[in-house]
Design a protein around this ligand. Structure first.
Ligand code: FCB
Length: 461
């Protein structure tokens, strides 16, 4: 495989998120986010911790103080694009314009400038899950007002950093943070049930549509898009009467996991035809919301890691189906317990390309966690993460396959640059192409990092 196969204008990069790497959780005037609160609150059940080993992102990779060193490493690896997110409570500690924090604003100016100084293009995500806690106290995403505060914040940052950011991503994986944070309660803010989930979905969809329009208005020369998590879905079997039920369950899961947020943005409304329980969302509509949900994005970002196998179940309301855990059906999974299924990304690229409103696709996250071993060779620390290299390579081959068949896919970002705080899983899963020793904050480039560098430099890999 060769970089040239993807074409000259294909964008290559790595991705991170503020809460997962920055640390400095209460420095320089930063406000509390829902992730600060969630990780600092002990579970009521002593046998069930919210986060692996009660860890938190207070220090994380200390990127807030070490961003220059990290960007130097990125440069050393010849990585041309860095996708990172802004921490909303660092800029507006209580989420509203009146709480403006100059030191937080300055930090992102320094970070963006430091990218350009190294010829690295900054790619900015406006919201990667760290809602200001003060807004959560008023209902968070279940409160319609939060989407208006999000628009204020978006308007501000897209004016503030405007000329310096050629590519903006409005939201990171709305499905993930609404399901995990407002339905299952395993991510911040830890809310559960349909009564939280449905209003959160609608308000996030409004934030996505209107936020995109504001960003485009403020930055007409930048590319504006947003990202979606997606998993290739297949029924456990298709034979006989049960097979029919499994197939329909798979259609419902596909609507929920892969279509819920993109279709209203494209003007198609929510996928109620495939998942009738979504009709409840109409309860939260106000006059004009159909228009508000729409956004003519310059590109969409898809983020894919795995495939899900679904079976029919009479016990799971709304979707009437369940996911069969990969660990129960695969010999080998990643450290997240996810199946490695490269063909999935090919099918998903084909699927998203078939929407008529999708102009361009970037893979804005893809990568894997494996148990990395440090070895000392000739006085140097090495990490021979062959599995990660194979994972990335096999997914990239499928991206190329889709591209060759005419899918307008034009970028790829590895998740992630450095090992970091993996939400509820804490620091256990390591996704980075650079290893972090959290005791010393020392970084060690893994073999996958060198592999990516060689590939980016045009070598056959
Ligand atoms: C995605 C998230 C990212 C990271 C990876 C593993 O869902 O966007 O922050 O957690 O998964």
């Amino acid at each position: 495989m060769n970089r040239k196969d993807f074409g000259e204008d294909f964008i290559w990069g790595v991705a991170t998120a503020a809460y997962q790497i920055e640390g400095a959780w209460n420095e320089d005037g930063k406000g509390e986010s829902i992730w600060d609160r969630f990780t600092h609150t002990k579970s009521l059940n002593p046998f069930k911790q919210r986060i692996y080993q009660n860890q938190n992102g207070d220090i994380a990779c200390d990127h807030y103080h070490r961003y220059k060193e990290d960007l130097d490493l990125m440069k050393e690896l010849s990585i041309p694009n860095y996708r990172f997110s802004l921490s909303w409570p660092r800029i507006f500690p209580d989420g509203t314009l009146s709480s403006k924090n100059q030191k937080g604003i300055d930090f992102y100016h320094r970070l963006i400038d430091a990218c350009w100084e190294r010829d690295i293009t900054p790619n900015v995500t406006i919201y990667h899950w760290d809602l200001p806690q003060a807004l959560e106290d008023k209902g968070g995403w279940t409160n319609r007002d939060t989407y208006l505060r999000f628009l204020d914040y978006t308007d501000f940052v897209t004016k503030e950093y405007k000329d310096k950011v050629p590519r903006w991503f409005v939201l990171n994986e709305p499905l993930a943070f609404t399901v995990l944070g407002y339905f299952l309660g395993i991510h911040a803010p830890g809310r559960k049930g349909f009564a939280n989930f449905y209003p959160a979905v609608h308000h996030v969809t409004l934030a996505q549509g209107e936020g995109g329009k504001i960003a485009k208005r403020n930055c007409p020369d930048s590319e504006i898009g947003t990202t979606f998590s997606c998993s290739y879905i297949e029924p456990v079997s298709q034979d006989g009467f049960l097979g029919e039920l499994h197939k329909n369950a798979a259609i419902r899961f596909d609507a929920l996991l892969n279509c819920l947020y993109i279709e209203p943005m494209l003007g198609m409304g929510y996928p109620i035809d495939r998942l009738p329980s979504l009709k409840v969302l109409e309860k939260y509509f106000q006059e004009g919301d159909e228009e508000r949900m729409k956004f003519d994005a310059d590109f969409i970002g898809i983020q894919n890691y795995t495939r899900e196998i679904v079976k029919w179940s009479p016990f799971m309301p709304a979707v009437w189906g369940t996911i069969i855990e990969a660990k129960k059906r695969c010999e080998k999974t990643t450290e997240m317990g996810w199946e490695i299924y490269p063909e999935g990304i090919y099918h998903l690229l084909k699927k998203y390309a078939s929407y008529s409103g999708v102009k361009k696709i970037y893979v804005t996250e893809n990568g894997a966690a494996f148990s990395d071993k440090l070895v000392e060779e000739n006085g140097q620390i090495r990490i021979h993460d062959v599995e990660r290299i194979n994972y990335i390579k096999s997914y990239l081959e499928q991206v190329l396959r889709a591209k060759k068949e005419g899918v307008p896919v034009n970028g790829y970002f590895i998740w992630t640059f450095i090992d970091n705080f993996e939400w509820a899983e804490g620091y256990r899963p390591r996704f980075g192409i650079v290893y972090v020793d959290y005791e010393t904050q020392k970084r060690y480039i893994k073999d996958s990092g060198y592999w990516y560098r060689d590939f980016l430099l045009g070598k056959e890999v």
